[in-house]
Design a binder for this molecule. Structure first.
Ligand SMILES: [Cu+2]
Length: 212
């Protein structure tokens, strides 16, 4: 490659990279407090989205809990459920978006579970009824989860119009989606209010009192 060709290739690469925009979404509850563990996602109004095929992530069981408590992923993603505890777990869901069961196991489960349909999937453990987790399956690669400060950052978004949705496991009502128009290389910010109550973890018996 000649120097001029290399320079041209670099300019094209930079121009492509520079088009990616970001949207920071601040999620608050009705009292104005930041809401953690909210799933936020942006669905392009007109453009098609790249597929998630072949992607795999993990939701672990650690100290008798699902970790993370909330997972957001694009439809088409597989999830493995490695058990890091010295006891067995039996992971299942009855949710219409994905119902499945991984019978009592330790360590690495036999295979991943494909989440192929958008929706909310509630995870449970058949032997430990305090264990609960959520998977928000979204139809787009542009998603994030709010941190403790209530902020979600959506990145690598091409210019265009998007419908922004927000969801929380303890929401009492669905937040209304809204539209954001993104120019190339933009950094936008928006906020959304979710009427959500605080998470109330169930009692978790100590490990030495458990048979499984
Ligand atoms: Cu369990």
């Amino acid at each position: 490659m000649t120097m001029s060709r290399l320079a041209a290739a670099l300019i094209v690469a930079c121009a492509l990279g520079a088009q990616a925009s970001t949207v920071r979404i601040q999620v608050r509850d009705g009292a104005g407090q930041p809401v953690a563990d909210a799933g936020v996602y942006a669905v392009p109004v007109a453009a098609r989205v790249p597929e998630a095929r072949g992607r795999t992530i993990a939701i672990e069981q650690v100290d008798r809990e699902f970790v993370p408590y909330v997972t957001v992923l694009q439809a088409g993603t597989s999830v493995t459920f490695p058990n890091r505890d010295p006891i067995m777990h039996h992971v299942y869901s009855f949710s219409p978006a994905k119902s499945f069961e991984i019978k009592l196991y330790s360590g690495k489960p036999p295979s991943g579970i494909l989440f192929d349909k958008p929706g909310v999937v509630t995870l449970g453990c058949n032997v430990h009824d305090w264990m609960i987790g959520y998977v928000l399956v979204v139809p787009t690669p542009y998603f994030a989860k709010t941190a403790a400060d209530g902020e979600a950052r959506l990145g690598d978004m091409p210019a265009g119009s998007y419908r922004i949705h927000a969801w929380h496991p303890q929401q009492r009502a669905q937040a209304a989606p809204f539209t954001v128009a993104l120019e190339a290389n933009a950094a936008e910010a928006a906020s959304v209010t979710i009427d959500a109550v605080a998470r109330k973890p169930k009692f978790k018996p100590p490990l030495d009192r458990l048979r499984y």
